[in-house]
Design a protein around this ligand. Structure first.
Ligand SMILES: O=C(O)CCC(=O)C(=O)O
Ligand SMILES: [Fe+2]
Length: 223
């Protein structure tokens, strides 16, 4: 399931992030890709003082995981450090699938990929994030501060940026529930129980749906 999270970052936070990014440098991005993805990775990757990199990554992670829709969309167990990328001058990232295992010291299994958009879509041409799902192509170019969350199993690409600069923060999540269909079912049940609570209060329907949600999570979660 592809999900959009609104307002992960405010205007002020975006300004601050761009200010921090200006304290580092962008280098060719092919170092941070697997051997096959390297050949199509034509974006730039941000490098800075390691402490600054860690600080910015942690700030982004906090913003993401405290978003009200994050927990029930992802059932996240682990989050990888963020990468900050820029695409410009016809750079982008051709069709690829993200590596299944990521990280050096601490390895995570990538179940979910996430892009947080840091640029206003009016400020660049091209740069759509496109998912190939069977014969379908789904294309997203979100507002600055919005995030998109999608299964890491998906073949995807970033179209070349022909004008301006596309700036994003990307990360990967390991989920307690690795199967996207199962996460979708759990997310629906959780939404249903919350809707019942809001519209009818804590009645027997709420208890039944809550029990199904909790028991399915118990059956499916890998701890
Ligand atoms: O820039 C994006 O939106 C996605 C980048 C990407 O696919 C990746 O880093 O693996
Ligand atoms: Fe990717």
């Amino acid at each position: 399931m592809i999900t959009i999270l609104e307002n992960v970052l405010s205007e002020d936070e975006l300004k601050q992030i761009h200010q921090t990014l200006s304290r580092g440098k962008f280098h060719a991005g092919d170092e941070t890709a697997g051997w096959a993805a390297k050949s199509v990775k034509k974006n730039l990757q941000w490098y800075a003082d390691p402490e600054l990199e860690t600080d910015l990554s942690n700030t982004m992670a906090t913003k993401l995981v405290t978003h009200p829709d994050f927990a029930t969309t992802t059932y996240a167990k682990k989050i990888a450090p963020f990468l900050f990328s820029e695409s410009k001058d016809s750079g982008g990232y051709g069709n690829h699938v993200d590596d299944a295992l990521m990280g050096a010291d601490s390895i995570i299994r990538s179940d979910i990929s996430c892009t947080i958009f840091l640029s206003d879509p009016k400020d660049y041409s091209g740069g759509e994030l496109v998912f190939s799902i069977g014969a379908q192509a789904l294309s997203y170019k979100l507002s600055a501060g919005q995030a998109i969350i999608y299964p890491s199993t998906t073949l995807h690409r970033v179209e070349p940026v022909t004008e301006g600069v596309r700036s994003v923060a990307v990360t990967w999540l390991e989920s307690y529930v690795r199967d996207t269909e199962k996460r979708g079912i759990l997310g629906d049940l959780d939404l249903a129980r919350r809707n019942i609570m809001t519209t009818q209060g804590k009645n027997s329907a709420f208890d039944q749906v809550s029990r199904s949600h909790a028991n399915l999570l118990r059956l499916w979660a890998e701890t």
